[in-house]
Design a protein around this ligand. Structure first.
Ligand code: NAD
Length: 335
């Protein structure tokens, strides 16, 4: 539909909000992600044509959903944002151009390329090296207190290694369920005649939002760190100048970091990374739905800042739905 009415736009906003509620709050999506993404992009196009119809509760202006209230709520002092999406090489090239224009920068950006893990974003707070609180992303400003459940995940340190950490450190990353564990869990459920999970993301989200941490403890969950939230660092321990260096520092404090992460120079190298990961996607031990590309320099990140729901310095470069992937891999990218 090329010329929408205001009613069309409002209807699509409401429809997507309904889908979001099922996905984030009930952990029970009613449409495939690719369909949600298609409608979301349609809404973005319409809202660009008619900025006067953008409402503050439009899904393009917000992150996730408000928590249901079974768990205590946690306010995020540094918001947990979403990511803008690229679906084709042209979208990625446009992202690079927007950043170059904004910074008046003519060189090649260094990027940190990371698999886009299909799980659940969490924020884990350490005070004086000890894990004190963990929360889901929720609507980005308020999440759910899932401290007891996070403490059951063995990959997550309860106490940081070494002693050179900031006094307050919020580590952000993805909790996900590796495929082997997911298959094992569903096989066991089938044998008992129990309900099986639709996919590993769903299983991770359902496992983490359990009121009884013993249930979470029995689920095969894993965590990879990919960023930071609030930091109080009076001794200047956090001295990394790039995102990649920061991940190495997190590793040193005891956090697992995805081994597929690579620092690359320039847009062409990002596209090569994307293609290389897309080819290996089916053999990775966890599900991913794209790659996340972040400007590596923290100074450039700070200069670029944020828009409503996403940083300007990062993008989720999504893989097409599985059936379109084979065709895509036959095409040579041009930058
Ligand atoms: P997103 O999943 O597109 O991107 C942001 C998220 O990426 C972060 O919150 C984090 O959890 C994750 N992530 C994984 N690896 C990361 C890394 N290395 N670095 C940084 N972040 C990383 O954004 P979103 O706002 O959570 O959700 C939008 C997506 O969720 C849509 O694209 C859609 O596919 C899906 N969705 C589906 C439905 C549905 O009904 N099927 C409804 C709502 C949302």
């Amino acid at each position: 539909m090329s010329t929408p009415t205001q009613a069309d736009v409002e209807q699509l906003q409401q429809q997507l909000n309904q889908y979001s509620y099922h996905y984030y709050v009930l952990d029970d999506p009613c449409v495939p992600d690719a369909e949600y993404d298609r409608l979301f992009r349609q809404l973005q196009v319409w809202e660009q044509q008619h900025p006067e119809w953008v409402r503050p509760d439009s899904p393009t202006q917000r992150v996730g959903e408000k928590p249901l209230g079974q768990f205590a709520q946690v306010a995020h002092s540094v918001p947990m944002l979403s990511l803008d999406n690229a679906f084709a090489a042209e979208d990625f090239t446009a992202f690079c151009k927007r950043m170059a224009d904004r910074l008046d920068f003519a060189g090649d950006f260094a990027f940190c390329c990371e698999p886009k893990l299909d799980g659940l974003a969490v924020s884990i707070r350490y005070q004086h090296g000890l894990l004190v609180q963990a929360a889901t992303r929720g609507d980005g400003s308020t999440g759910e207190d899932i401290t007891s459940n996070i403490r059951t995940i063995r990959a997550i340190p309860l106490r940081l290694q070494g002693s050179d950490w900031p006094e307050v450190l919020e580590v952000r990353g993805e909790v996900f369920m590796p495929l082997a564990g997911f298959e094992r869990m569903n096989d066991a459920a089938r044998l008992k005649g129990d309900k099986v999970f639709a996919n590993p993301r769903n299983a991770a989200a359902g496992s983490l939002r359990q009121l009884d941490p013993k249930v979470t403890a029995a689920r095969p969950l894993m965590f990879y760190a990919y960023g930071l939230g609030e930091v109080q660092d009076s001794a200047g321990q956090l001295d990394a100048e790039s995102h990649h260096q920061r991940l190495q520092q997190l590793k040193g404090w005891g956090f697992p970091v995805c081994p597929e992460i690579e620092r690359v120079q320039g847009a062409a190298a990002v596209l090569a990374y994307y293609q290389q990961v897309a080819e290996r996607r089916a053999s990775l031990p966890y599900e991913i739905d794209g790659v996340v590309v972040k400007v590596d320099s923290l100074a450039q990140q700070r200069a670029l800042g944020f828009v409503a729901r996403a940083p300007r310095w990062a993008i989720a470069f999504k893989f097409p739905a599985q059936e379109q992937l084979t065709a895509l891999l036959d095409v040579e990218f041009q930058v």
